[in-house]
Design a protein. Structure first.
Length: 426
């Protein structure tokens, strides 16, 4: 089929949303001819990757606003307004392209926030939305532990979501979506409230086959010290403060243990001061940002992943750790609650900060005291990644979902005729 993919974030050898966009494009192109509209900003890295491994079924459309219309955007500042304008310009371009190509499916894959709009459902083509996240929330009982910056972020995020849910374009997107992939049950509920009918929970995280094979080859550690690892941007909702406090309790019973944190961000100095205050600074190492190969090496040198995130829609580091046989200890919230099962890790209920810190420390003690149990979780985690989180297998599921849309595609083709004015230029 002829598939149009909207992937605002789409870059090879990157994590997070860029990886979602790139991998979705690769997988859809295994089965169909694909036109991808993405940012011009991504062009250089995409062309470098294509020089090494071409994607013959993919046509690239690079779109950005002119410089005079984006001078105010710096990094994440102003991204919401910029994204809205980018979506509108994209629609004007692809609606003309549709008259020439005749797309059979339109699939919006990034940005993966349900409350950020897309104009593509206005095309007379079956619309697939997702994976979509953003419906997860940090429990209110945890807000008191956030910095002022963190509290402001959560307040503005809640306001943005409520405004987004009232946005008629968002509601139109929801009603016109022939199929929606939701990253979590929390987002699924919000999507159904917006008017989505066909919603399926489908995590946006996955690994390439060669990465899984590389991680599967890592042997389990059998020598001290028992070492914990956390990774991600050092921001309040990632919950690293909870991880450090839990490690302080755990470290009293296992004084040779260590805690490694990978990543950087605005909370780093606050977390370093917390480690000093708890008298564990010598046992906590902040490595800063690391490359993907360095991440795999750090996983090889650790025993357990600690991931106390409060509203992740997904977490690549969880499945990376699982593939390496390092069982995750996480909160039973959002994406981690979907990725991790009782057989593959330990999920902690999130009632209060004090309860989470206590339960995290107890879980770590349990894993340290019972190496057989720790190893069994690691083995089951590896099997789960092999079964569910290799991108080739996820791509097959995406392809299967398209097959079910054929009756809708047929009706759309019968009713669509550019000469009759169904797609009038603005």
């Amino acid at each position: 089929m002829k598939v149009l993919v909207s992937a605002y974030s789409c870059e090879p050898e990157r994590g997070s949303e860029s990886a979602v966009g790139w991998n979705c494009v690769q997988q859809i192109a295994r089965f169909h001819e694909v036109w991808v509209v993405t940012r011009t900003n991504n062009r250089h890295s995409i062309e470098q990757a294509l020089a090494k491994k071409p994607l013959p079924n993919v046509h690239w459309i690079f779109v950005d606003l002119p410089p005079w219309a984006r001078f105010w955007k710096h990094g994440q500042r102003g991204v919401h307004l910029y994204y809205f304008l980018w979506q509108f310009i994209t629609y004007l371009i692809v609606r003309r392209l549709h008259q020439r190509v005749g797309f059979e499916i339109v699939h919006h894959v990034t940005i993966v926030n349900y409350w950020m709009p897309s104009f593509l459902p206005l095309l007379p083509v079956p619309f697939v939305w997702g994976p979509v996240g953003g419906g997860e929330s940090a429990p209110r009982s945890f807000w008191s532990s956030f910095s002022v910056r963190g509290k402001m972020y959560e307040t503005l995020r809640d306001i943005s979501r409520k405004i987004g849910e009232l946005n008629p374009i968002i509601r139109l997107t929801a009603r016109r979506a022939a199929r929606v992939f939701s990253t979590t049950q929390e987002t699924e509920k919000r999507l159904r409230n917006l008017g989505c009918r066909e919603v399926q929970v489908f995590s946006q995280v996955g690994l390439a086959t060669d990465e899984v094979l590389q991680l599967l080859c890592l042997p389990l550690r059998e020598k001290p010290p028992f070492r914990l690892l956390s990774g991600g941007t050092l921001i309040h909702w990632k919950g690293f403060e909870l991880g450090i406090k839990a490690f302080a309790q755990f470290q009293r019973q296992f004084p040779t243990s260590e805690y490694w944190l990978l990543g950087d961000g605005p909370e780093r100095r606050r977390l370093e001061k917390l480690a000093e205050k708890l008298d564990i600074a010598e046992k906590v190492t902040f490595w800063g940002n690391v490359s993907r190969s360095e991440l795999f090496q750090k996983l090889a040198e650790c025993d357990v992943l600690v991931h106390p995130s409060l509203h992740d829609s997904g977490a690549y580091i969880i499945i990376e750790a699982m593939a390496a046989g390092r069982p995750p200890v996480c909160l039973d919230l959002g994406g981690p609650g979907v990725l991790v099962t009782l057989e593959t890790g330990i999920k902690i209920p999130a009632v209060s900060p004090e309860q989470v810190v206590r339960d995290l420390a107890e879980a770590l003690c349990r894993l340290t005291n019972n190496p057989t149990f720790c190893a069994s979780l690691g083995h089951a985690a590896r099997m789960r990644v092999k079964t569910h989180f290799i991108w080739d297998k996820k791509g097959t599921k995406l392809a299967d979902s398209y097959v079910g849309l054929r009756p809708i595609i047929h009706r759309a083709q019968l009713s669509y005729s550019p000469s009759l004015g169904n797609d009038i230029d603005i």
